[in-house]
Structure formats: structure tokens, C-alpha cells
Ligand binder design. Sequence first.
Ligand code: COI
Length: 356
Amino acid sequence: MNATETMQIEVKKTKRSRLPDVDWKKLGFGNFFSDHMFITEFSGGQWKNSRIVPYGKFEISPTLSALHYGQSIFEGMKAYKYSNGEVYMFRPLDNLKRMNVSAERMAMATVPEELFMEGLLQLVRLDSNWVPKEEGRSLYIRPLLFATEEHIGVKISDTYDLIIMTSPVETYYSQPLKVLVETKYTRAVPGGVGFAKTAGNYGRSHYPTRLAQQKGYNQLIWTDGYEHKYLEESGTMNVMCVINDTLVTPGLHDTILAGITRDSVIITAKDLGFKVEERKISVDELVDSHKKETLQEIFGVGTAATIAPISLFGYNGNDYNLPPITDNNVGGKIKKQLDDIRKGRAADRHGWMYKV
Ligand code: COI
């Protein structure tokens, strides 16, 4: 960990809250940002100038190294409001851990826990009236860490900014997804950065995703970069299938993001008595089990969507429709249990909720 020069966080409050300007009917995902953001800067081997300021634009140099050479990582997590008005974040320390894993891989400065948690807590407390209370809504929290060195030679940046911004959101996907199994383009290869939440992993996905969307699909199912034979992720999410009443998901390795929602879904599934297997899933197995009618569900899991049901997958020119999606299927039951934990209606057996 890097040394923290000071934990002092200066707070400059906005003169006018923008909360009354939010069009709650058009909330969607990532369209509105809360009044404040947390900023802290790394230079000379230390984090300094930690502050909370009104959310807004800032000036950057055209030579900002993150823009040229991609040292940019982010996280996504959520805060929830209980019916008694208390605010809780879901597993924020796990997000910090993962951010520092991404930072290590990208040769960036890591963020000390005390600084991250103090900035995060003060920010969410200050903007706690932005945390929606309604079912299906939450406050999405986006920490962003990027290289700020102003230098056009290729080198590891010596300076970084961490910004935490927050956004009231609703469910990411409103409809079940049609996905195409991608067999040409690759998201990640062994030895690469697939496990890191780095900007480039998303940028590289846009082109193949657009090609699939032009064919009528919403998203891709990524397959391995060697043979395009085994499932890896679904769009920006981890992927899970229910085959023969067993929840099956690819095991973690360096081409797959270690999703915190993925982990929470696996634990919750086991708590609910479902059998879970973390193993390779081939596209052939998917097609075979579809033929035998043992393939019951496929869904993506991620912070933004929690569980995004898939209604159809396309592979090799064929479309395979999945059985109807109901709240009573495995994905629906796990989602309900997770929602109940996050809204304080079910016991938090694993200590996931962090009081703000
Ligand atoms: C998620 O599914 O939580 C993601 O990471 C998507 C996000 C980039 C909006």
C-alpha cells in the first residue's frame, strides 16, 4: 500500500442540489449524477489533496497518459436504502480489493483501505438523499482510477487520480437478452488483463457487440481466445447456466472478471439449496443440453443488472430459444433472495451489508 499523507478530507458543498432536476421516470442507468464527488491524487509516492467537491467537469491535459496508454480502471458497486431510511453499501471492501488487483496488473498506484473507505463513506453520507428507496432502484457507485502524468512517451505514470462518483439507477436491462455466441473476436486471453476491470476491456468489446446488434442480438457470449469453444463471460457480465437443476458457471481464471455479484450469486444459490458447479462449459454442451431439454436457464450476473435473464442464444447461424423466464426459476429465486438481503428484509448471514 502507498503511504497516505493525510486522511483529512476537505468538503466543499454544492450551493444548489440538483436532486429536484432528476426525471425519475427516465432514471435508467448512469444518466444522473449526485451532487458531489470524491477526488484524491497520488504523486510523489503519496495520496494527497483528498476532497469532496460538487460533481462536475474538470480540466485535463491533452497529454494525460490514461487517454493515450490506457492506465485506467474502475469499479462498480451499489448502496441501498432500507425501509427505515438507513443506507447500506453492498460488499464495498471486496470492490476495493478487486480495484487494487486491477491496479497491480496495470502497474498503477493502489489505494489504501482507510482512504478509500473514508472518502466513500463521507461522500455517500453527504449525498444520502440521492439513494433511492423504491424497489429495483439503488445508488450506483463508480470509483475511477486513472493515470494523470502529462507525458507522451510510453512509461508507467507516476501520478494518478481516484474519483468516486455516484448515480441513482434502476435495473440495467428491462428485457430478457438475446445473445450471440462470439466465435471470431476475443475478449481476453491467458496472460492478458481479462480479470482486471480496465477500460480497454470494455472498449475492445464495442465493435463485435455492434456487429451482433446489427444482426438483432443485444449482447455477446464471449468464448475462450484459443478455440472459441468454452463460455467465458456474457457482455459485461459473468455468465451462468442452469442445466439439469444445477447452477453451472465458468471457473475463475485470468481471462474472467472475479465478479462480486458472481460470488454472491454462487453463495446465495448454495444457501437456497441449489447445486453449484464452477467448471468449463463448452458451447457444444449448451447446444446438446438444449437438444435434450436439460438446459433450463442462462443469465448474466453483474453489479449493474444483478441477474439479467437470457431468452435466446445464437450460434453457428441457429437461434436456440430458452424456456420461459419466470420469478420461480433458479435465477429469479436467487435474485429475490439477494434483493431481500440488500434491502434489509433477509438476514445478512455473510456480513455483506456495510452501514453508511
Ligand atoms: C456490471 O455488469 O456491473 C458492469 O460492470 C457493467 C458496467 C460497466 C455498467
